[in-house]
Design a protein around this ligand. Structure first.
Ligand SMILES: [Zn+2]
Length: 456
C-alpha cells in the first residue's frame, strides 16, 4: 500500500472517533459577534490547541488579541529543507438566529442522512478539521514531508479586525511558502473548485445640495434646481447604453481575458433561469458581450447601493428637497487600482454637475482585487483533487472579496490557494447549516494527498 493509501486507510479506520471530536468542536457556541459568548470563543480556541497537542504538533498556542484569540500550531517536516504550508481558518461562527427555524439545535450536531447539521459544520469548522484530520492521519502513518502551520482566527465573521496586526506582529512565526485557505468552496459536489480571483471594491457617497432647506414646490419649482432630479441625471450618465461603465479611464487597466480563460469559465455550469430564479428578477441585465459568469467574476461594475432624497413618508408632500445623496460602489478586477478608480469617478461626476447645485463626496472604503492563478502549491492541490474526484478542477473567479488573503499576500508575500469542500446549498449563515459528509470525506482524502505530494 502506498504512503498516501496508508494515511487514507488510517482516516477510514478512525472515522468514528474523528466524528466525535468534530461534533465536540461544533458543540462550542463560538459566536464572535456575541459578547456573551466570549468564554465560548476561548473554549473553542483551547479545544483546537488541545487537539493539536494530542496529534503531536511541535507547537500549539492560543495568542490573545484585543478581542478573540488566534490559534497557532506547527509541525516540522522530517527533512530540513522542506517547504512550509500555512493553513488559514476561522473557528468563529455566525449567530444561530432565528433559533426556532432550526430542526435540531444549532450547537447540538445532528446527522441526518448524508448531512451533518450544526452552526459551523460547513463554515468553517468542518473545513478546519478536514485539514487537521488529514494531517493527523499522515502523521500516524509515517514521515511528514512538508512543514505544516495553522493560523486559526476567531474574528472572521466580524470582519477580522485584529487579523492584519496579528499577521504583521508575527510575520516570522507565519513564514511560509504556500498558503491554503479552505474557506471558499465547491460549485457542486462533483467539481473540486479553486477560486483564483476575487474582485476588489471602492465605495463612496455622492451628495448633491441645492437650496438651504426643503422648499415649497409650487412657489419655487421651475426656478430652483431640484437636487433629486439633478442626482438622477448624474446617475443616469454613469453607464453607457451597452451596460458598460461610462467613467472615462475606468477600463484602462482591466486585464484582458485570454480565450483559454473564457473557455475555462464557460465550463462552469450556470444558467440564466437559475439566476432569475435565485433573484426573482424579471429579466437579466448586463454589459453586452459577456456571459453571466464573466460579468460576475471578471468584469468590473458600478452600482448605486442606496439613494435618498426628499419626502419618503406616507402620502404626499410637495417640496423641492434640499439635498439628495447616493451610496455608490464599484466591484473592481485585475489590474484596476481602487484609489485611482475613486479619483476617476469623482472627477467624472464633478464634470456632470450643473452650476445650479453643489456636489460633495464621502469616501467610504476600498480594497484591492485578488488574482492568484499562480499561487504556490496550486499544482499539488490540483493533482490531489483530480486523484480524489477523478475530475478536472474548476477554476473560478468570485464576485466578492476575501480580505484575509490580501492581507497575507501583502505581509507574508504569499498568495493563497482558495478552496474548500463546502457546497453552495450548505445554508451557511442560515438556519439548518449543514455539511455534505460524503463530499467532506473526499476532502479529507484530497488533503492527505496534498500533504503527501511534497514527498518528491
Ligand atoms: Zn467562513
Amino acid at each position: 500500500m502506498s504512503r498516501t493509501q496508508q494515511a487514507i486507510q488510517e482516516f477510514e479506520n478512525t472515522i468514528q472517533e474523528k466524528m466525535r471530536a468534530f461534533e465536540a468542536f461544533l458543540s462550542i457556541p463560538s459566536v464572535s459577534s456575541d459578547p456573551a459568548k466570549k468564554a465560548s470563543m476561548l473554549d473553542a480556541a483551547n479545544y483546537l490547541k488541545t487537539y493539536f497537542e494530542g496529534i503531536g504538533m511541535d507547537a500549539a498556542a492560543v495568542y490573545p488579541t484585543d478581542l478573540h484569540p488566534v490559534v497557532f500550531a506547527e509541525k516540522r517536516a522530517c527533512k530540513p529543507d522542506a517547504k512550509t504550508v500555512l493553513i488559514y481558518g476561522h473557528y468563529d461562527v455566525q449567530p444561530p438566529d432565528p433559533l426556532d427555524a432550526w430542526t435540531t439545535p444549532a450547537f447540538e450536531p445532528n446527522v441526518r442522512g448524508d448531512y451533518l447539521y450544526a452552526r459551523g459544520a460547513s463554515d468553517m469548522k468542518g473545513q478546519i478539521v478536514s485539514v487537521i484530520f488529514a494531517l493527523e492521519s499522515v502523521l500516524k502513518t509515517g514521515d511528514l514531508p512538508v512543514n505544516v502551520k495553522f493560523i486559526l482566527e476567531g474574528e472572521e465573521e466580524i470582519g477580522s479586525p485584529h487579523f492584519e496586526s496579528f499577521v504583521r506582529d508575527n510575520a516570522d512565526l507565519l513564514e511560509c511558502d504556500i498558503i491554503l485557505n479552505p474557506d471558499a468552496g465547491m460549485i457542486d459536489k462533483d467539481h473540486p473548485t479553486i477560486v483564483n480571483g476575487l474582485r476588489g471594491l471602492v465605495y463612496f457617497e455622492v451628495r448633491v445640495d441645492g437650496p438651504k432647506a426643503d422648499l415649497h414646490s409650487g412657489l419655487f419649482g421651475g426656478n430652483i434646481a431640484n437636487p433629486a432630479n439633478e442626482l438622477a441625471k448624474i446617475i443616469a450618465q454613469l453607464h453607457n447604453p451597452d451596460g458598460s461603465v461610462a467613467i472615462p479611464g475606468f477600463y484602462d487597466r482591466v486585464r484582458v481575458m485570454s480565450d483559454e480563460e473564457r473557455r475555462e469559465i464557460a465550463r462552469i455550469p450556470s444558467s440564466e433561469e437559475e439566476f432569475l430564479a435565485v433573484t426573482g428578477s424579471p429579466a437579466l441585465y448586463g454589459e453586452q458581450g459577456y456571459t453571466i459568469l464573466e460579468r460576475q467574476g471578471v468584469r468590473p461594475t458600478l452600482d448605486v447601493n442606496g439613494l435618498y432624497s426628499g419626502y419618503i413618508g406616507e402620502g404626499s408632500k410637495t417640496i423641492i428637497p434640499a439635498y439628495a445623496f447616493a451610496k455608490i460602489s464599484c466591484r473592481l478586477v485585475p489590474y484596476q487600482q481602487y484609489a485611482e478608480i475613486y479619483d476617476l469617478a469623482e472627477k467624472y461626476i464633478r464634470s456632470l454637475v450643473p452650476p445650479t447645485v453643489k456636489v460633495s463626496f464621502i469616501k467610504h472604503s476600498g480594497g484591492p482585487y485578488y488574482f492568484a492563478d499562480d499561487a504556490p502549491g496550486l499544482e499539488n492541490l490540483v493533482q490531489a483533487f483530480k486523484d480524489t474526484w477523478q475530475k478536472d478542477v474548476i477554476f473560478k473567479r468570485e464576485g466578492g472579496s476575501i480580505p484575509v488573503a490580501t492581507v497575507m499576500q501583502e505581509i507574508l508575500g504569499v498568495k493563497s490557494i482558495l478552496t474548500g469542500v463546502s457546497l453552495p446549498d450548505d445554508a451557511i449563515h442560515s438556519p439548518n447549516e449543514h455539511l455534505h459528509l460524503p463530499t467532506w470525506h473526499k476532502g479529507v482524502q484530497a488533503y492527505i494527498r496534498f500533504l503527501t505530494s511534497f514527498d518528491a
